[in-house]
Design a protein around this ligand. Structure first.
Ligand code: GAL
Length: 421
């Protein structure tokens, strides 16, 4: 495995990287070796890196003619990586492939003409029949498919420190918001510093989305993203008020923490719960933390809020054939197993064997089959990057002023700017 010098700089500081990317030349010191395949992700640590390493081991075997170059830029959910990527794409210096969420986030790159159509490769590799039809439909834009999904993640999961819960007398998973609030109250009474661990921007958007799934139900929640559900409705006001109540049980420094910092509060026994996507399963396992439990967010019932990580072939990639070998690996049965057993996610392919997976993923595979699928905006399935950015900045402001009316107005304004009915 090689680590691109560009990426190494990025981990030190995004600002520094803009300078490195700006030269637009091959700066990894190997004279532009076309065997290299630079894979750009934000999977730099913990379970995320373990998943990527799994995929790389399959690539090394299946694509021995090529060399994996790690272009990872650290920072939860791509906050830093996406800025760096946008700058490189703008300057005509794309990595050989980059991570992008299936759904609306992908349309940003398609509309900008930045990624290639992979429909013919899908047929060659048998991917047109390997993925479920619903996912293929979701990936198809004007008859073309532009990315290869590596997985399905679930966003609406609550992770808990079982020792902390037991000490507060909590023995059952909450299935309603009222029960959840009662449990948070019990943790507070027991002196737990942050009953609910919360991080910054997108992690807050995830929590708001989970509360809205509870208060609106899956169908109306999904309608928020296509304009059929009104963001100014009383249901949304109720959702915001419930969300505000939950924030009242969170750590005061939430606006400075990444998701892994909030996760650490749970691991250290300083928090009882955290709402987070199921990459947390792999991350806790990688960090050796065992005293945890998981359940669907209270009131979400069987709603499975999904997102999918995929890889693309950027226009102007230096090594398109090497990238094709990477993409074929990403879509293959072996690649999906090597990746997902370590990443906390479940395979996008339908031919996976559930018993190959750790306990959490086995439950997620069952839930994915029987649940109601709702998309995630915080992770690009439900909304494109413009709306996602506007919502992230609105939740950030609300975290400071807690003004329900102003917040709802900001949500309505963002929706009317970005959602075309
Ligand atoms: C998501 C991504 C996941 C996970 C998470 C936290 O957007 O889809 O795979 O990496 O960010 O970084």
């Amino acid at each position: 495995m090689k680590f691109s010098r560009r990426a190494a700089v990025a981990i030190v500081g995004v600002a520094a990287l803009f300078g490195a990317a700006a030269c637009g030349s091959d700066d990894d010191g190997d004279g532009g070796n076309t065997k290299d395949v630079e894979v750009f992700t934000w999977w730099a640590d913990g379970g995320e890196k373990a998943g990527l390493d799994g995929l790389v081991s399959t690539f090394d075997t299946d694509c021995a003619d090529y060399t994996f170059v790690n272009g990872a830029v650290a920072g939860g959910a791509g906050a830093n990586a996406k800025q760096v990527l946008a700058s490189r794409l703008q300057q005509g210096d794309p990595p050989d492939t980059f991570q992008a969420h299936s759904g609306q986030e992908l349309t940003d790159y398609i509309n900008a003409g930045q990624i290639e159509d992979l429909s013919a490769d899908y047929k060659t590799w048998g991917l047109d029949t390997a993925f479920p039809q619903g996912l293929i439909d979701n990936l198809t834009v004007d008859g073309k498919i532009y990315s290869v999904p590596a997985n399905i993640h679930r966003a609406n999961v609550v992770w808990a420190n079982t020792k902390v819960l037991t000490e507060a007398g909590i023995t059952e998973d909450a299935t309603t918001l009222d029960q959840f609030i009662a449990n948070l109250e019990a943790l507070k009474a027991k002196g737990v510093a942050a009953p609910l661990a919360v991080g910054k921007d997108w992690t807050q958007l995830m929590l708001l989305e989970a509360v809205l799934i509870t208060d609106l139900g899956p169908e109306k929640f999904t309608g928020l993203w296509d304009g059929s559900t009104d963001w100014s409705s009383a249901d949304v006001t109720k959702g915001i008020e419930d969300y505000k109540t939950l924030l009242g049980y969170s750590n005061a420094d939430r606006d400075t923490l990444d998701w892994t910092d909030a996760e650490k509060l749970v691991m250290d026994g300083k928090a009882g719960y955290q709402l987070m996507g199921d990459w947390e399963a792999a991350d806790l396992d990688t960090k050796g933390f065992k005293e945890y439990s998981y359940s669907a967010f209270p009131g979400n019932a069987t709603a499975f809020q999904w997102l999918a990580d995929g890889f693309v072939l950027p226009k102007g990639a230096k090594n398109a054939e090497g990238t094709r070998c990477w993409l074929k690996t990403v879509g293959s049965a072996e690649g999906q197993k090597a990746f997902n057993t370590k990443k906390g996610s479940i395979p996008a392919r339908t031919d996976a064997v559930a018993t190959d997976y750790p306990e959490y993923q086995q439950s997620a595979i069952a839930d994915w089959k029987k649940g109601t699928q709702v998309p995630s905006c915080a992770h690009g399935a439900a909304c494109a990057q413009g709306l996602q950015g506007a919502l992230n900045s609105a939740v950030g402001k609300f975290s400071t002023d807690l003004d329900v009316e102003t917040f709802q107005k900001a949500l309505v304004a963002a929706a009317s700017q970005f959602i075309k009915k």
